[in-house]
Design a protein around this ligand. Structure first.
Ligand code: GLN
Ligand code: ZN
Length: 774
């Protein structure tokens, strides 16, 4: 029996990678220094895994930015717009990598970065490979070989990890019509074979190919290309030990394909798909083969301690059928999706030790993998027995803990009725009533919620947290920001105002900190993209709301103006999606609990005289399961949770929602099903293409298509925004349309914000004239 790890966090337990990258980008350290810092992280990770006792330690799981981008560099898939940087500027490989990741805007160049998108259903973003019809590939970079040799030098015979050729192609994008990227395999495979040859020459034996696309719904053609490709690899390198890994979901219809792939070891994600073990153990072909099975039983996507009893029963089942030698133990997926080291959480005020006891980060997870093997293989000794009984005790403790379970919350969820998910009247009636109360013009103008979070505001919050500012002092500063923001919005003539979200650090953390059932860590960072890390809250118990969370600042803002101030809330699905969620009950259950808390907040805002309330759900789409057959179930509870949060109000109260940077095409029905009175969406980058989907669907409620791309420092002109809105008007009736930016303005500066919003209001005014003239 062997243990393997699929990938270790590359950011460093003190976020060394982030710091190093940012220092290098700002010219504070040399390239040499940055490379040394990277090497330190790799060596530390290898050392740690070795001393813990992991048998197969990965290499090339490290990256200075992203492993998909690394692969584009390996195979020379460098889009043409970067070629001048290579030829004329002679950029080194690392600067080229960063240019592809972040764009290049200096020395007269203005080259856009590769597109970035979410890695499956995680919050990790990868850089999308770009392919042309006659795409050529050639070996450009041998990072994987270098890292293998580097590990060897430090005494570790590591297992090189590569994103497999088919997932690499499938995760990319055709940049011109007339071909399918999967057909590029014939050009791509030779480069992979060349890399294997180099690894072989360097004496590598195990090679891990990550093919997570095997957890998606593949076509017959794609399945057959998988087969052919791995057969060819096998023919060329029969002596190499290929480990095929996939994760995040079951193989679904690809099971037959996977079972026929000629590889030496297959890895299963038994956390996301425990049933898959049976698929393998009941397949006579597999049982009678020599293929090993790697059991991914330690959850690489969450922060909870492994349940040894459950895991051991899975391992036992596998051993019974396959024997010890063919069974491996592993985390379910790469550990880049969980934080580094729980031991760093020493501050009991931040993380309650009672909760910490139930948790495990990457370092603890590899220990669990090793312990599970010891429990299976070694003669019982005191140390191992203690680890086992400690684990059992922690599970028991968690199951019955009083800080997790709140009967009142559970009963409330049980007593939810279908009526709780329905507004008093349908949209048409509501719209009439809201019009009478709100008296808004056609093309009403608004923003998405946040105004610039200046360095000053961040500094105040940091001081307040440290105790260098009293609550009263901090509140006075926030109040002044809100007052200025309200005055300014009135002055420029916006119709629906916002308070600006100055008091919020993050749209999920702000609510989590005020809800019961949430815990926070000090060092629980996870890479989001490049140097960007996030620190998701931990939902450990039943969620409830001890007191109102936003009424104070929203009603303060409302007291300063006669215009409506929109209350701003984060929706239940987004709070769930951007947290580490408890695994002792279905996610849908936790989501409903959050929805009830938000529902109470909505009602408190209404009671306080707030007539428009926005419930943001930017993450609703990213929660979609990987297999389409599971979409309906997810959408059912996700939409239900939103409606539960939103439907308690009177007809006259207008509910908004906001979503950004998502493809809506295939979930349009569910978006409409949210039944928000107004939805604001990102649109300006795609020149309103997104709106076609809403028009084709005859979306019934009101829409604010974003006319100002807030991810760019550029400010659009009045004329540009009028043009965008006229296009919108050609697709949808004018009285259905709002005028607003794409998203919140917290990342922008006030200078641009002022210019852009003034132009936006002017645009709306001009549009009104034409409509009234009609
Ligand atoms: N209300 C939030 C803001 O304005 C929405 C952010 C988001 O969609 N990600 O910042
Ligand atoms: Zn947004």
């Amino acid at each position: 029996m062997r243990t393997q790890n699929l990938g270790y966090p590359r950011i460093g337990s003190q976020r060394e990678l982030k710091k190093s990258l940012e220092q290098y980008w700002s010219g504070k350290i040399s390239l040499q220094q940055m490379l040394l810092n990277g090497k330190d992280i790799r060596l530390q990770n290898w050392e740690l895994q070795k001393s813990t006792g992991i048998d197969l330690i990965p290499c090339n799981d490290f990256s200075f930015y992203d492993h998909v981008l690394d692969l584009s560099l390996m195979v020379g898939a460098i889009p043409e717009r970067f070629h001048s940087l290579m030829v004329d500027k002679q950029l080194n490989d690392y600067d080229l990598l960063f240019a592809m990741a972040r764009g290049y805007q200096k020395d007269g160049y203005d080259i856009t970065a590769l597109e970035m998108t979410k890695w499956f259903d995680t919050n990790y973003h990868y850089l999308v490979p770009e392919f042309t019809a006659n795409q050529k590939f050639s070996l450009y970079n041998t990072k994987v070989v270098q890292e293998y040799l580097e590990a060897k030098q430090s005494g570790i015979n590591a297992k090189p990890v590569l994103l497999g050729p088919l997932s690499y192609l499938l995760l990319g994008k055709e940049k011109e019509p007339g071909f399918h990227r999967i057909d590029l395999i014939k050009n791509l495979l030779p480069v992979y074979l060349e890399v294997l040859e180099k690894l072989d020459a360097a004496n590598a034996f195990y090679i891990q190919f990550d093919e997570p696309c095997l957890s998606l719904d593949l076509t017959y053609k794609e399945q057959s290309v998988f087969l052919k490709t791995y057969q060819e690899i096998k023919t060329k390198f029969p002596h190499l030990h290929i480990i095929l890994t996939s994760y995040f979901d079951c193989f679904g219809h690809n099971l037959e394909t996977v079972l026929s792939l000629p590889v030496q070891t297959i890895h299963l994600d038994l956390v996301r798909c425990p049933a898959q073990l049976d698929d393998f153990l009941t397949s006579p072909g597999f049982v009678n083969s020599k293929t090993n099975l790697s059991l991914g039983i330690v959850d690489g996507r969450n922060i909870w301690k492994n349940d040894f009893l459950t895991s051991l029963s899975l391992v036992n089942a596998a051993v019974e059928k396959l024997g010890h030698d063919r069974v491996w133990i592993a985390p379910s997926c790469s550990l880049i999706h969980c934080p580094c080291d729980l031991d760093l959480e020493v501050n009991a005020e931040t993380l309650n030790p009672a909760i910490k006891k139930w948790m495990a980060f990457a370092k603890q997870k590899i220990e669990e993998v090793v312990t599970l093997k010891q429990l299976m293989c070694e003669v019982s000794d005191i140390q191992i027995n203690t680890k086992f009984s400690e684990n059992i005790a922690a599970q028991q403790d968690r199951l019955s803990s009083e800080i997790i379970h709140n009967t009142h919350v559970k009963e409330r969820v049980l007593s939810i009725t279908p009526d709780d998910l329905i507004r008093q009247d349908d949209f048409v009636k509501r719209k009439r009533k809201q019009r009478d109360v709100l008296k808004l013009p056609v093309f009403p103008t608004t923003t998405i919620g946040s105004f610039p979070q200046t360095a000053e505001i961040r500094a105040w919050r940091a001081k307040f947290r440290k105790g260098d500012l009293t609550e009263q002092q901090y509140d006075e500063l926030v109040a002044k920001e809100i007052r200025d923001a309200i005055n300014w919005q009135e002055e420029i003539g916006l119709d629906v105002l916002v308070h600006g979200e100055f008091e919020r650090n993050d749209m999920v953390e702000y609510f989590g900190e005020q809800l019961n059932g949430f815990a926070f860590t000090q060092h629980g960072w996870v890479q989001s993209y490049g140097s960007r890390c996030v620190k998701p809250p931990v939902i450990f118990g039943d969620v409830s709301r001890p007191a109102s969370m936003t009424v104070k600042w929203t009603s303060f803002a409302q007291s300063l103006t006669r215009k409506p101030v929109k209350g701003m809330l984060t929706g239940p699905v987004t709070i769930l999606q951007w947290s580490f969620v408890r695994n002792d009950q279905p996610r849908s259950e936790t989501c409903r609990q959050i929805a009830l808390a938000i529902r109470d907040e909505v009602l408190d805002l209404e009671k306080a005289g707030i007539s428009i309330i926005q419930i943001d759900e930017p993450a609703i789409r990213e929660g979609l399961p990987l297999h389409k057959e599971n979409w309906n179930e997810y959408l059912h509870w996700a939409v239900g949770s939103f409606r539960l949060a939103a439907s308690g109000v009177k007809n006259e109260t207008q509910i908004h929602t906001h979503m950004c940077y998502s493809e809506f095409n295939d979930i349009m029905e569910s978006i409409a099903d949210l039944d928000a009175d107004v939805i604001t969406i990102e649109c300006s980058r795609s020149q309103m293409e997104l709106l076609d989907v809403f028009a084709d669907f005859s979306y019934p409620n009101d829409i604010g298509p974003g006319v100002y791309d807030i991810h760019s420092p550029r400010t659009p002109s009045k004329a540009e925004m009028i043009k965008l809105m006229q296009h919108a008007q050609s697709l949808l009736p004018a009285d259905q349309l709002w005028v607003n930016p794409d998203c919140g303005l917290k990342t922008r500066h006030w200078v641009e914000t002022r210019i852009a919003l003034k132009e936006m209001v002017a645009a709306a005014k001009e549009l009104r004239v034409t409509v009234t003239a009609d």
